[in-house]
Structure formats: structure tokens, C-alpha cells
Design a protein around this ligand. Sequence first.
Ligand code: M6R
Length: 605
Amino acid sequence: MCGIVGYIGKKEKKEIILNGLKELEYRGYDSSGMAVMEKENDNIEYFKAVGKIKNLKEKTKDFTSNGQGIAIGHTRWATHGKPTEINAHPHYGEYSFVIHNGIIENYKEIKEDLEKKGVKFLSQTDTEVIVYLFENILKTETNPFKAFEKTVEKLIGSFAILLITKANEDKIFFAKNAVPLIVATNENNEILFSSSDAPIIGMANDAMYLDDGTYGEAEFGKVRFFKNGKEIHPPRKALPKDRNFAQKEGFRFFMEKEIYEQSDVATETLMGRIKNDQIHLDEIDLNMFDGINNIILCACGTSYHAALTASYLFERVAKTRTKVEIASEFRYKDPVLDKDSLFIAISQSGETADTLEALKIAKNNGLKTLAICNVDNSSIVRLANNVLLTRAGIEKGVASTKAFTTQVLTLWMVVLYLAHIKKTLSENELKNEVKSILKVPKILKVPDGLQDKIHRLSKHYLHGHGFFFIGRDVFFPLALEGALKLKEISYLHAEGYASGEMKHGPIALVDERLFTIALLPQNILYDKTRSNVEEIVARDGFVFAISPKEFDLSDDFIKTSDQKHYMCEFFEMLVILQLFALEISIRLGNDVDMPRNLAKSVTVE
Ligand code: M6R
């Protein structure tokens, strides 16, 4: 997730870009940059800086840009290539500059083609191909906008693009697909572009939120939009008045926004990693799994739950012995480590002290290591031999939601990748798994009415003496995650338990004031789990059942959809559990995004 802004007008362009980027810093801040072109001076000035926007501000302190002109700016969340100045946007060719949010899936093919034509690329990014492709097309197509249109036609993936070129000094060319791009105009003939509405609040009264496939050209006082070669007129929507509200994109809390974002970020996680019914993990060494007989998954908190979930998949699908370690325990247990084990560290922040130390122990013992992480250039990413970024974008809510989703998805891809290498699945089985994983982004979309329903039933759960979240197989770690979400933001006591274990002790706690949240998927161990839930019902426990199959015995019930794969059911139930925790916390008046006693990144032991 990156942030982009653009401006055409007479005001000081540097300030507008810097202020806009500051508003978008929540979308990524490992590097930033801008390019500015003034009307009377056809030179394009550009600046780049690693780190937060304040570094770009420092770099541009002696620069001013007066008079009519155009400017584009970008704040980056690395997906391809490290957060260096070279990889920061804008990327430039010989006379054009581009900024981009998203992922160009076919960048390798375009790059190879251009390299054959003599183009020398500077960066490791996917973005750089856009500007060179544009200039290459412009060698034969004399109209710069037509060349831009042809460039966009060749791109596969997600993109919000702003491109400026000396071949057409007054204009910004733009295109949008699968990631947001907003365009606004005002009575001063200014044109504004942004990834979200926060940067343009106060500068325009309304804006156009572009649809996928829209592209166009803008100059002082005029914007033209196109789709499939035809001119279109996107509708205008009033802009919110409050910036803070806008940063949360209309949601009350970052956690709520992040729950709703899961469908989009899941698309980013999968993007470019699945082709022709196969998993392609180009970021990792081809020989990473050579000689590997065991997997060790190691993490803390929610990331530990992702690890537990993956352990079922590694064993069942990739037939590989898998151990899961809580990082803080692993550190001091003098673990026996064999070189035929692959050590996988999972972390949203990449800075969790316990996980980092555990990774060091594994490395020092000569194990191959893989980091599954959301933050590029974090300590864990820098240390591991191999890295898969989860691409969830910045997660602000302390209670992790979208990071977990993308961790599980990434791990599922690793499992399928390994299953393919080890041939533990037939071609058909692998195809089915891939078909299921591709369904996940859609499944993660919060259906209309779901949050309202959960809001209504959440009032039943404000008292009582505690919660048990129960499930079997991967629904056991999901139960643990549901319980962790609830306790973090509601401060109510909640436990996750394997359904079959209830009878070995915890069932003694059951009475009408003990809440059981039962996960009853149809694709795995339904009857067994149902029997465990009936044991609780028989003891007058208060049961909230979540299942695609009707369950008359429960006090509350949410019916899930008819999925064919248990992992698809897993993701659908995950969203329900996240919203359940959220709604209870809101009713209790707690600070959802910054719950007491917790921190987003736990860099202490
Ligand atoms: O950044 P990490 O994934 O390494 O963080 C691990 C835990 O601290 C984290 O998952 C924590 O449990 C969250 N607050 C859970 O919502």
C-alpha cells in the first residue's frame, strides 16, 4: 500500500505535495518522493528520501515552486525492492516521471522486452517499467496521451498511476485499476489527485472516486476521463469535512477500517504469486526446501495463531512434520535444532523482540530461515535468508486483523508451493486448492447486514463470567484468535479451546453465564464439533454458534455461506469473530485502536 498525490495549479506545489503526503503517511512511509514541473521552465525537478515524509521535507527545504505548474508525490510501502532512494518514486526515464501505487504483475515480461531494446533499469521496482514503456511507445506514437493509453493497456495488475512528461508539459496522465484514485477540481481551476480524500479536504468541496479501468489526462482547469477508449463523466461525491474521519475512510476506528480492508489486501497478497493454477514465490530461493524434512514455525500473539493454523496445513497438505513454537518460550528452552529444519518466523511488525531473538538462534544454529512479515526492511526481514512480505499495508489498530489474514494466506501459499515440490497433491487437488485460495478475497468482503446483526447480538455478551471460543483442527487456532481479539479490546476474560478438550476440565465452568462461541464448519469434523457443543448446551451454557448448518440448540446463531473448502469457511468465520470483538468493545466504551496496557510493536522481552 502506497500513497500518491498530484496537483495542477498556481500555488506553491512543494507544500501541497508535502502536506498531502503527510496525510497519506499511514499508507506507507519507508521512502517518499516528488517531481515538480513549472510552466515557464520546462525542467522537471525531483527529490527522493528514505524514511518518513519529514526527511523529504528536509531534502526540499531550499526548493520553491511558484507559478502555474504540475506536481506529483508518493509515499512508499515497499513490495518490490528494498526501501532505498533508488527504489523510491518518482521513477524516471529520459524525460518523463511516474508514481504508482499497486503491483504490476507482468512487470518482468515488460522489463525483459525493454532490456532487449537497450533500456537500462536502475531500480528493483515493478513501477519503473511504466515510464520506460511509455517512452518506448512514444517513439512511434506521436501523441503523448495516446502513448499513455497504449502503455496502460499493456499493464496487468493493480495500479493508481500519475505520469508527467516533458513531451506534454502541462498535463498529468493518470490511470486507475484495483487501488484507489480520487480526482478533484475547484473554482480556482486547480486539479487534485490523491489515494484517499484526506489530502484534498479543504481544497475542494467534492471529488470523483474513479472506477477500475478509468484513465485520463488533466491540465489546468480541465480533466478528461476515459474507459475502454470512450470518454466518461465520473459522478461527484461530497468530500467529508473532517480530516481525521477521512484518514479512517469513514470508519470510526482503524481496526474497523482494517477489517473491511481485508478483501483488498488479500488480493494484494495473492497478486503475482498465482499463475496457471500454480504458486510462484519468486522472492524466495528456488532451493529453499532442498534437504528440508521439518518445519519450525515461530511467532507471538496473533502471528502465533497464524503459525498454528499453518501447522495443520503443512502436515495435511504438504506432508511435512511441523512444530510450532511460541518465540518467548523457544528462546530459553535450549531447543534441539537439526539442519533439515526450515525455520519460519512470522511477524506483522518484524520488530517483535522475542521472535527476532528466536530467529537469531535458528540462524546461529545453521538453519535455513524464512520470514513472513508485513514490514519490509524491518529487523526480522533483514535477518532472515528468505522473505515473503504479506502486503497488508500499515496496520494501525493494536488488535491485529488484516495482518493475520495475510499471514495465513501467505503461509497457505507456501504450503501449496511445498506440496507441489514434494508432489503430495495430485494436479487436480492442487488446482482445487488454488481455486479455493483465489476465492478468499471475495469471502473476506463484509456482507451487508452482518455488522448490524453482530452489533445487535453483542449486547448479550456484556456480562457473564467469561467466554470460551471453541473449534477443531484449524478452527482451534481460529478460536484462540477470536478469544485473543476479544480480550485485547473488551478486557473480558476469554479463552480459546479445542472443542474436544472441553470435557477434560473446562466444562466444569459451564453455566448459563458462561458464553461459548462455537465454530462449526461443514467441511471438517462437523459432527464431532457439534457433539462437543451439545455437551455444553446440555449443561445450560449460553451458546453462540457460527455455522453454515442450522443449529437450533444455540442461543445466538450466525449462518455462514456454503463453502466447499474448510479454509474458505475459516476466513468467513474470522471476519465474524473480529466484528464480534469490535462490537463488544464499542458497547463497553473502550479505546478500540489503542487498548490499555498494549503496544503495536513489542520490542521488549
Ligand atoms: O508484530 P508481531 O506480529 O510480531 O506481533 C506479535 C504480537 O505482539 C501481536 O500479534 C499481538 O498479539 C497483537 N496485539 C494481537 O492482536
